[in-house]
Design a protein around this ligand. Structure first.
Ligand code: HXC
Length: 517
């Protein structure tokens, strides 16, 4: 018995209305601004022909404010699954063209279904946020909807990677859903994210500001640290999602997508011998070192503009996906401060939860001295790094290139903090503090009595350096496992990673540790 024409037509008619979304005029307006519609974003996200939609026929249940007969196609959000590079991924895309992409009960339920599916199937989830926030006509039902989304974001944290794209407004409490996910990509124009906008700030506090200052992609990438990547437009945002996913496993029970060839052919890289100056005061860009170590110099830097004194990101070494953490001597001399500690600690925890080994490149003069740092709680924030590294059970390889002083030496994953392998270059200096600082404390009396204080300080500092400005003392104590020429670094890391692929490290059962937040 064939399906009747009337039934088939009815389906096509309903499909057409739903697929039309906010209509042609709204879509044209978007295109005129160089933006994609919600459906086009999913089209770009997924390999052609792989998208399966859930809830195309969803309808809101609101009866107030003359909404009873109002048709809201897809209830303002498109959800489903599809494939990216052959791997299944769940997604939702809020449709600003349909009641401003505002979130009501059914809209929230659709997002929750996508999140639940991601959790059950063990697949990443990508959310395009482009919404006026809670649907005002639905009142507490909309707030409750947000609560249900937040709850699921938290349940999925550490289970499947969650990536948020902010591609339009993301206002008020709505911003907390992306904030609960692993990565936020925000388009440079047309996107904003804030808890209280300029109007509210002015009305309540009298402070005057612009949206650019508080809610733009640039502000979040460089000042607040709320986002991880800026995208130039929608297509770039999708490209960044693809690139990010290329380093991530689908869930916490899987390995990341390594590309391991049976033969490891890594030749010495003499450029590394020259890249880092012997003189510990001379800066260099640590990204150049990372790119020498990463296969095909392919390094995806995360949070490039925020706390630039530490560099984090993904790459592969000898085919193995790793997370790099490196001090950046060109910014604040590579010291660790509050923001750098927060940035690195969260990244280490992300790598750990998704089975991504961590390669730490050390050249750190210490924690940043300063009244602000002390008063804002550098103790608490710096402790996050210690906590994150010590609790990470993935393979951890530390390369000490030059300075490794004081608490920062430990915070950059020393042997005592659980590094599986610590490799040092001959230029490594591992000490409680730098020579000049140490001499001032150790030899205060001698310095006071010296006729030529400058010469005396230099003499004592040189003596201190001969003692400590070398990795051999640490190697003698087994805090450094090997000292290598810089040129040998990539093969040393690659071999060590392969040797650690089956690493198992168990910890006492507990609900969770109490990381200083
Ligand atoms: C219902 C909404 C809406 C909302 C927008 N619309 N936001 N409908 N609830 N929250 C509708 C508009 O009525 C309009 O409908 C259409 O979407 C497009 O909106 P415009 O205002 O015409 O667009 P634009 O000029 O681009 O301005 C976008 C905007 C503005 C800046 C986002 O719409 C706005 O300020 N919206 C309200 C933002 C807000 O305060 N939301 C609550 C945040 S608090 P028509 O029919 O004309 O096309 C929140 C709480 C979450 O979300 C709490 C979680 C714990």
């Amino acid at each position: 018995m064939a399906i009747s024409k009337a039934l088939a037509d009815e389906l096509e008619k309903r499909r057409a209305v739903a697929l039309e979304g906010g209509g042609k005029k709204k879509a044209d307006d978007r295109h005129a601004k160089g933006r994609m519609t919600a459906r086009e974003r999913l089209g770009a996200l997924y390999s052609k022909g792989t998208f399966q939609e859930f809830g195309l026929h969803a309808q809101h249940k609101t009866r107030h404010f003359g909404m009873a007969d109002k048709v809201i196609p897809t209830d303002g959000v498109i959800t489903g699954t599809g494939f990216i590079d052959g791997r299944p991924v769940a997604a939702f895309s809020q449709d600003f063209g349909v009641v401003g992409g505002s979130l009501g009960e059914v809209h929230a339920k659709k997002i929750c279904n996508a999140l639940d599916h991601a959790g059950k199937a063990g697949v990443p989830v990508v959310g395009f946020n482009d919404s006026g926030g809670a649907r005002i006509q639905e009142g507490v039902g909309a707030l409750s909807g947000y609560g249900q989304v937040f709850y699921r974001n938290v349940q999925l944290s550490g289970v499947v990677p969650q990536i948020s794209v902010i591609a339009g407004p993301c206002a008020g409490g709505a911003a907390y859903s992306p904030a609960l996910t692993d990565f936020i990509i925000m388009t440079r124009e047309h996107a904003s994210m804030f808890i209280c906008g300029p109007e509210v700030i002015r009305a309540v506090t009298g402070q005057v500001c612009t949206m650019d200052e508080i809610g733009s992609a640039q502000a979040h990438a460089s000042v607040s640290g709320n986002i991880h990547f800026i995208a130039e437009n929608d297509a770039h945002a999708v490209a960044l999602v693809h690139r990010l996913l290329s380093f991530l496993p689908s869930n916490n029970m899987m390995d990341p997508p390594h590309r391991i060839e049976p033969d490891l052919k890594i030749v010495d890289d003499v450029v590394l011998d020259e890249l880092v100056p012997d003189d510990p005061k001379k800066p260099y860009d640590c990204r150049e070192v990372i790119k020498r170590l990463a296969d095909e110099a392919d390094f995806l830097e995360v949070m490039e503009q925020f706390a630039a004194n530490i560099v984090i990101g993904f790459g592969r070494v000898g085919g193995v996906v790793v997370g790099f953490v490196a001090n950046q001597p060109t910014v604040k001399a590579g010291t660790l401060d509050i923001d750098a500690s927060d940035k690195a600690a969260r990244f280490v925890r992300f790598c750990n939860v998704y089975n991504i080994p961590i390669v730490t490149l050390v050249d750190v003069p210490g924690f940043l001295p300063g009244i602000n740092e002390e008063r804002r709680g550098i103790i608490r924030h710096g402790a996050k790094m210690l906590f994150a590294y010590a609790s990470a059970t993935v393979p951890k390889i530390t390369v000490i290139m030059r300075k490794a002083y004081g608490g920062a030496y430990l915070a950059m994953c020393s042997e005592d903090m659980g590094a599986d392998r610590v490799i040092a270059w001959p230029t490594a200096e591992i000490a409680v503090m730098g020579a000049e600082g140490a001499v001032n404390i150790l030899y205060r009396k001698e310095m006071a009595e010296a006729d030529d204080k400058v010469a005396k300080a230099k003499e004592l500092a040189d003596e201190y350096r001969t003692q400590f400005a070398t990795p051999y003392l640490s190697a003698g104590m087994l805090a450094v496992h090997d000292i290598i020429q810089p040129r040998e670094t990539k093969s040393a890391i690659a071999l060590t990673l392969r040797g650690l692929m089956s690493k198992r490290e168990t910890r006492p059962p507990k609900k969770h540790g109490n990381i200083p937040l």
